[in-house]
Design a protein around this ligand. Structure first.
Ligand code: B12
Ligand code: SF4
Length: 593
């Protein structure tokens, strides 16, 4: 290095940018985090790519380097004191951004932000909680006002096209209390594409990148926050953008992708994107995709066929319920129970594994009805994995807005808005009954007999039973052993004595460590037990010489005039009978698979 270069290096200023995706607290007040997690956060990938772009364009001037640190708290401990030391050591200029903060993560985000702000470092919280609450409530809620009182900035809206300005404000020490771009949603074609460095991906046990190919959904489900934050108009990336995302990640050795759009089927550019990925696959790029869709996607010409060609091997579907009364109450009119079977069979025909979300706590639910419905699903619908959620009035949803307006009780602790807790009253179930119903649902669906059926169906449809065993272990093991929803679970739970929720006492090392050690031992013993059991079940299925010819009601092909009288899904409730009648009258025949 020449003297001039060295002098230049000495005088260069560093602006430390920390991008942190916070986690939330468990029932004992410890941060939920793991040695390895499943999926990287797309919100973090979007923000990181925007920051990298600002860095490359030297938006803080030629003399200032932007150093970016990116951390997902679900797989990495956030040491606030160390972070503050790093910022101070490099001259005191910096910004801490708390990224993609959901309602359940807002308290944790505030606990981090409070310390940063107290140290005089600019800090900003973005994500769905703030944006959704501001969109749906008449006044900013108390927790947002609390942030302002503490000098914490709130970013509501999307950061594309606004990130330079935020960095410049932070650099000048002049962050505004509120950046509100909710009514100015950016177009995504040609926007900076999500990206995370490989080191961040390596904190996941699967090398799988996440990206959003579009935002917005045309439907109007009352429990949904997305439409009130990202809007109902489809905004989408171009096929060129998608190719760039795939190639950028492929260069890092990443071939698997999770497209995070809530409803890829309603992305108006889905076909061009699929076509481009099909071309890339023809070129030899072995891309595999996970997507999320609605139940009517199968009616879109070519959608499922092209999904298969584009490498879709897992699909999340918002089934939500099989009782039409409940679906109508949630304004989820697009879900027609008369078409569920056809849709699921079509996904099976391309070899994709289906994961259906099922919500517990709709107005007509009782523990008995719920168990009846789960038995019907097990018998009549060829869904692979079912995952359960409590109906939750998430801030930003119409449900939350209505309860707020009516002054009906809602859980005051935002940490519990993770769709795994009872957060309001139910007309027919007490909180205890509701909790019991939730746990029974998991237990009932993943009973060994049904896991065997799922594996038999998989084998008969050309899918490896190993995949079912693996995912059933992940889903049921998360709930039964780790006591968290599979969407939040990871491998090897980490806990730090010092990282307890403020307000709860720090435990004595003599209490904390022996208990933690025992937890690790007993959980791994149970996991091993479940793993061995599922292996045995798989061996039974695979060693059956008749396995490939397995047939049952769920797999039986749907034909015109399908056996409406034979299937209980069509007769279990009056509203189901009416739904069948209506479908008949309107000639809404399911399209045969
Ligand atoms: C993908 C996804 C997941 C993935 C996350 C992993 C991944 N690969 O990304 C998985 C499946 C694991 C998941 C799990 C959960 N999720 Co989720 N998820 C989503 C989903 C569909 C997309 C997220 C996304 O990528 N959005 C696109 C990004 C770019 O948008 P964004 O985060 O809002 O960020 C933009 C702006 O907000 C802003 N911004 C955000 N942060 C910051 C920070 C700063 C400093 C600045 C300047 C700007 C800024 O700029 C960004 C770019 O424009 C959203 C719905 C949605 N459409 O967003 C739900 C959503 C975020 N999830 C939700 C929930 C409730 C959960 C769960 C609790 C359970 C559940 N029911 O799914 C768990 C929690 C697990 C966890 N530990 O996070 C809710 C949150 C609602 C709320 N009010 O809290 C949402 C909104 C869906 C819903 N049901 O309403 N989820
Ligand atoms: S289909 Fe999904 S994303 Fe669309 S409004 Fe309903 S819940 Fe929201």
């Amino acid at each position: 290095m020449s003297i001039a270069q060295r002098r230049q290096a000495v005088h260069r200023e560093v602006f430390q940018l920390f991008l942190i995706k916070p986690s939330h607290y468990d029932a004992d007040g410890y941060v939920i985090q793991w040695a390895k997690t499943d999926l990287p956060s797309n919100s973090l990938a979007v923000l990181y790519a925007l920051a990298q772009d600002s860095q490359a364009r030297a938006v803080l001037g030629d003399e200032t380097d932007i150093k970016i640190t990116v951390q997902d708290e679900t797989n990495c401990r956030i040491n606030v004191a160390k972070m503050l030391r790093t910022i101070r050591k490099s001259g005191g200029k910096g910004l801490v951004g708390l990224v993609g903060v959901q309602s359940n993560q807002y308290p944790r985000a505030m606990d981090i932000a409070r310390q940063v702000s107290a140290a005089g470092i600019p800090v900003c919280i973005g994500g769905f909680h703030a944006a959704g609450s501001l969109a749906m409530l008449p006044e900013p809620p108390p927790e947002v006002r609390k942030a302002w009182d503490l000098g914490i900035s709130i970013f509501a809206g999307e950061a594309e096209g606004r990130f330079d300005m935020l960095l410049q404000d932070a650099y000048r020490g002049a962050l505004k209390p509120l950046y509100d771009y909710r009514n100015d949603l950016p177009g995504l074609e040609g926007a900076i594409t999500p990206f995370l460095p490989k080191a961040v991906h390596q904190r996941n046990f699967n090398l799988r990148a996440a990206f959003d190919s579009g935002r917005g959904c045309p439907f109007q489900c009352s429990f949904c926050t997305i439409i009130n934050v990202q809007g109902r108009k489809s905004r989408y990336r171009s096929a060129d953008d998608i190719e760039k995302i795939v190639r950028d990640h492929y260069a890092q050795g990443i071939r698997k992708f999770f497209i995070t759009d809530d409803n890829f089927a309603r992305n108006r550019n889905w076909e061009a994107m699929f076509d481009r990925i099909i071309e890339l696959r023809a070129e030899g790029l072995k891309v595999k995709l996970i997507i999320q869709v609605d139940t009517l996607c199968y009616r879109i010409p070519n959608f499922i066929r092209k999904a298969g060609l584009a490498g879709v091997n897992r699909v999340f579907i918002g089934l939500e319920n099989i009782n039409p009364d409940n679906l109508i109450a949630a304004k989820k009119k697009q879900n027609r129970i008369t078409e569920y079977r056809t849709m699921l069979q079509m996904w099976k025909s391309i070899g994709a594994m289906t994961y259906c979300g099922y919500i517990i706590g709709f107005p007509n639910d009782t523990p008995e009805r719920l168990l009846r419905d789960i038995e019907i699903i097990k018998r009549e619908l060829p869904v692979d994995l079912l995952e359960f959620f409590y109906l939750t009035p998430l801030p930003g949803s119409e449900d939350h807005q209505i309860l707020h307006r009516k002054g009906i009780w809602m859980e005051p602790d935002l940490n519990k808005y993770d769709t795994e807790h009872v957060t309001t009253a139910h007309p027919l179930m007490s909180p205890d009954e509701w909790r019991k119903a939730y746990h029974l649902a998991w237990k009932n669906y993943y009973e060994p007999k049904h896991v065997v059926t799922l594996m038999r169906r998989a084998l008969a449809s050309g899918m490896k039973p190993r995949k079912i065993a693996h995912m059933a272990l992940w889903f049921y093991g998360s709930i039964a052993i780790e006591k968290v929803h599979p969407l939040q679970a990871g491998l090897f739970r980490r806990k730090y004595r010092a990282d307890r929720r403020p307000g709860l006492p720090k435990e004595s090392p003599w209490v904390f460590y022996p208990r933690y050690f025992w937890e690790i031992l007993s959980k791994h013993a149970r996991l091993l037990g479940l793993l061995t059991h599922y292996r045995y079940l798989r061996w039974r299925v695979e060693s059956d010489p008749m396995a490939a010819r397995y047939q049952d009601l769920a797999l039986r092909p749907v034909v015109e005039g399908d056996a409406e009288d034979e299937l209980e899904i069509f007769s279990a409730t009056d509203s189901a009978v009416q739904a069948v009648e209506k479908a008949r009258k309107l000639k809404l025949r399911p399209v045969p698979a």
